[in-house]
Write a protein of this length. Structure first.
Length: 166
């Protein structure tokens, strides 16, 4: 007899990883507001091209906002080796829309190094303005969504089974 369709679980390990991440989010210290502020602070700082400083800046901003420090550090990973080129390209394009066209996009080689800061003020001010705006939008959306999720679900689940059954 052929196996039933429900027995197939595509990407089971990915689903399990997402469930564990959700459980980790539940078990952070602080009120829903403190946790959401911490995540938002990290996402905001992760949108800036300050390589090597994003986590420290996220934690510092979370301290000022009285947010969760671990979630701030995790939130900075919005910018990671898979996303930083598209994220910074978007930031530059948004900045260029508001400030007018500047230098052409420098390419992947420059973005993979810290040479971004040697491209001049014309490039840097567009990148920073775009980073500020994208950071504000992304941080607001992530923080609000996480806060609503915490408010809606109330008590933290004790295990992965509790997380998947709700």
């Amino acid at each position: 007899m052929a196996p039933h369709f429900s027995q197939f679980r595509p990407h089971g390990s990915l689903v399990r990883l997402i469930q564990r991440a959700g459980l980790w989010l539940w078990h952070q210290e602080g009120s829903a507001g403190q946790r959401a502020r911490g995540l938002a602070a990290g996402v905001f700082c992760g949108c800036f091209p300050f390589f090597g400083m994003q986590t420290l800046l996220g934690i510092a901003l979370a301290s000022v906002m009285r947010g969760n420090h671990l979630l701030a550090a995790a939130g900075t990973w919005i910018s990671n080796p898979f996303t930083y080129v598209p994220l910074y390209w978007l930031n530059y394009k948004i900045g260029s829309l508001l400030l007018g066209p500047g230098k052409l996009w420098p390419g992947l080689e420059v973005m993979r190094s810290e040479a971004i800061w040697q491209l001049g003020w014309s490039f840097v001010n567009r990148m920073l303005l775009g980073s500020l705006l994208i950071g504000l939008v992304a941080a607001s959306l992530c923080g609000w969504t996480y806060w609503r999720w915490l408010q809606r679900h109330g008590n933290a689940p004790a295990s992965l089974n509790d997380l998947t059954s709700s």
